[in-house]
Design a protein around this ligand. Structure first.
Ligand code: CO
Length: 211
């Protein structure tokens, strides 16, 4: 069998199974989506949002990119954020990174990955530079890599809080809460590493005073 045909066959079996479990499953979901969570995760095929949180279609609104970055010029991410926060009214935004992230690892090298990837990875290099003292102090390379994965997630949570989308939502509704999580490929467990909410202090420099 051609590999992609397996996907289509599996899809038929899955749809059948869903209907057998719950005959209204698709008709209900096709009417409305009211997810409580926005997930910003890594594109890595080993970190599928629904599977690792044991959630169903309709429960998580998902955006994924290399190394789960929040880049303020990324129209794709900002559209997803705007829609999730202001139309779906999600209560939680989760940035989920993962140990062993290839994007983070690549950013720790001096290799030229060509312009487009270099541009993307530079955002992670900036996180390293911000925390250079702490990171350079970790002698074991694997531990330094793990810590950069955590710091990268924390930095992306801060980036979300710098957007007027989040600040306006905090002023209006006092949510969403923003969570920074790191998933471990080794044991399948998620470790919460950071959190910001409407009461959190953010750097004055980034605060809008006329929202
Ligand atoms: Co990754």
């Amino acid at each position: 069998m051609i590999p992609y045909q397996k996907l289509l066959l599996e899809n038929k079996a899955w749809a059948q199974e869903k209907i057998e479990d719950d005959p209204e499953f698709f008709s209900r979901l096709s009417q409305i989506q009211t997810p409580e969570f926005l997930w910003i995760g890594c594109s890595d095929s080993r970190v599928p949002a629904n599977e690792i949180t044991n959630t169903q279609p309709g429960e998580i609104f998902v955006h994924r990119n290399i190394a789960n970055l929040v880049v303020h010029t990324d129209v794709n991410l900002l559209s997803v954020l705007e829609y999730a926060v202001n139309y779906l009214k999600v209560k939680h935004v989760i940035v989920c990174g993962h140990y062993g992230c290839g994007g983070v690892k690549a950013a720790m090298t001096n290799h030229d990955f060509k312009q487009v990837l270099n541009m993307w990875l530079r955002n992670i290099k900036d996180v390293y530079r911000l925390h250079r003292q702490e990171l350079d102090g970790i002698t074991e390379e694997e531990k330094r890599f793990d810590r950069l994965v955590e710091l990268n997630v924390i930095e992306q949570v801060h980036h979300l809080a710098k957007t007027s989308i989040i600040q306006r939502a905090w002023k209006r509704d006092a949510y969403p809460h923003i969570h920074g999580w790191v998933y471990s490929l080794n044991d399948g467990l998620i470790k919460p590493v950071f959190e910001l909410n409407a009461d959190s202090n953010i750097d004055e420099l980034y605060k809008y005073d006329d929202l």
